[in-house]
Write a protein that binds this ligand. Sequence first.
Ligand code: MG
Ligand code: MG
Length: 289
Amino acid sequence: MDEPERQMRIKREPAIQVKTQAQLDVMREAGLVVAHTLSALAAAAKPGVTTADLDAIAEQQIWDAGATPSFKGYHGFPATICTSVNEEIVHGIPSPAKRLRPGDLISIDCGAIVRGWHADAALTVGVGEITDEHRGLLAACERALWQGLAQARPGRRLSDISHAVERSARGAGTYGIVEEYVGHGIGTEMHMDPAVPNYGRPGRGPLLSAGMALAVEPMLVLGARHTRLLDDEWTVVSADGTPSAHFEHTVAITADGPWVLTAEDGGQAGLAAVAEPVSSGAHSNSGGG
Ligand code: MG
Ligand code: MG
């Protein structure tokens, strides 16, 4: 193709890094470090624990695993993990002054690097007993993530993931779907092309192919989707002050389907759960032609 045509093509379709199997295997190592760290943090998020305590656990565990925390120092971020409590949606900064209380929701976001390759994941857990309404919010966000991940296969288009996330979240209730912050490509850097929105029409954007890796990360708010940035210039909160949830996984697109690098079982259980029909009208999406 001639130069102007080539440039237009580049503008329309961001280049997506394609990894070899050996490179994905290293990303899987990073993914398992993140998975193990997040499960330790989820277990440690009890009433009385501070978000700085959680950060210390994460930093120690990542270094002990022979990996490097990717958030610390990223654009000046001061900690190993992001801890976002209740109305905080993402990018909250751990603090010794922030002590968890029963009924809180805490979102923990964690990234690690192994030999130059990144993995990134997040989850939200309840501290002690939480309300049914909050449990519903967490379940809706996690299910939306897995519905999106299920679309991460060769032959689908990028927005098939976005659409599946949105459709699942809208089907679960009247939750606000955050639009200002989105998922992303991942590999030799944490944030790479393409952006992966959590909403949109299916069948659009770049064609997915084996060797690509994406971080899919829906953020749902119990109230409206609008956000506000706090004065620390990191912490994103819901504008209406209602609590939120954030679930994220790094997924590799392979000839055999989605390989969820940050799930201990590679995603088998999570993908199987969303493959089961939830009503008689449910069907599997045959993908964006
Ligand atoms: Mg993350
Ligand atoms: Mg991410």
